[in-house]
Design a protein around this ligand. Structure first.
Ligand code: COA
Length: 260
């Protein structure tokens, strides 16, 4: 299906989903959120896709936030629906069961930072800027920012960024653990490709086991989280991929994983 606000492209097992509203710095309106949710569900269901890269069109912005022009006219009930739709998108990404890498070349503000935080890995250009500027609009983050930022950085930093609303550069975002890796602008594409390629040949069921254990297990009390991990560990022993991975190590060759 063709999207109006997105472009998708496959390179082997890597699907790239690109938000395509550069004249609005890829701001997230209702249509874009709906299309992104659909695009991620399609990637989830397609066995040929093992990794997703999420990007924004243009040099200036990954995503400069929720669409302020659209938000300004919303009633509280419509705002609730909008926040819910954004949160469903973020949970769809987070719970995809396949790794999602955000490629951040410029602004990741408000809903853009929330979108990046829902991805599993974030690779940023040294020119990228991050922030939760909603306070300046008389708003609070509505797509999970108060929750994911707190989990990523702790309460102190989450309160600082949300209460003061200032932008931070990529280097500080990396120090705070918001960003996985910062690279020179001209190296961003190659760095993301290299990470995606590595993930594309990794054992898919083991990747899913790790994502489930860290993301869902991480929300539980320790004994429940550990039970999650044991379950995933045991399930891995039922896979061809685990036999292949261990055999390849012992035979001193590279493994080939099929997701079985
Ligand atoms: N929603 C809707 N439109 C947005 C937008 C957003 N979040 N962010 C940028 N745009 C639009 C601008 O309105 C402008 O559109 P126009 O050319 O039709 O007037 C276009 O994108 C370019 O943005 P502009 O502000 O001219 O670029 P800039 O380089 O001067 O500033 C930013 C860049 C990111 C600092 C600035 O656009 C900004 O502060 N955006 C809002 C960030 C924000 O508060 N996000 C949280 C929303 S909850």
């Amino acid at each position: 299906m063709a999207f109006r606000t997105l472009a998708t492209a496959d390179r082997g097992a890597v699907r790239t989903i690109t938000i395509n509203r550069p004249d609005k710095l890829n701001a997230l309106n209702r249509e874009t959120i709906g299309e992104l949710t659909l695009a991620f569900r399609q990637a989830q269901q397609d066995d040929a896709v093992r990794v997703v890269v999420l990007a924004g069109t243009g040099e200036k912005a990954f995503v400069a936030g929720a669409d302020i022009a659209e938000m300004t006219g919303l009633t509280p009930v419509q705002a609730q629906t909008f926040s819910h739709a954004g949160q469903v998108l973020m949970r769809t990404i987070e719970g995809l069961g396949k790794p999602v890498v955000a490629k951040i070349q410029g602004y990741a503000l408000g809903g853009g930072m929330e979108l990046a935080m829902a991805c599993h890995l974030r690779v940023a250009s040294e020119k990228a800027k991050f922030g939760q500027p909603e306070i300046g609009l008389g708003l609070i983050p509505g797509f999970g920012g108060t929750q994911r930022l707190t989990r990523l950085t702790g309460r102190g930093v989450a309160l600082e960024l949300c209460l003061l609303g200032q932008q931070i550069d990529a280097a500080r975002a990396e120090r705070l653990g918001i960003v996985t890796r910062v690279v020179a602008a001209e190296e961003l594409d190659a760095s993301v490709d290299a990470i995606a390629d590595q993930l594309a040949v990794a054992a898919p069921l083991a990747l899913k086991g790790i994502l489930d254990a860290v993301i869902e297990g991480g929300e539980c009390a320790i004994d429940q989280g550990l039970a999650f991990e044991t379950q995933g560990f045991a399930i891995a022993f039922s896979t061809e991929d685990m036999r292949e991975g261990t055999a390849a190590f012992l035979e001193r060759r590279k493994p080939t994983f099929h997701g079985r």
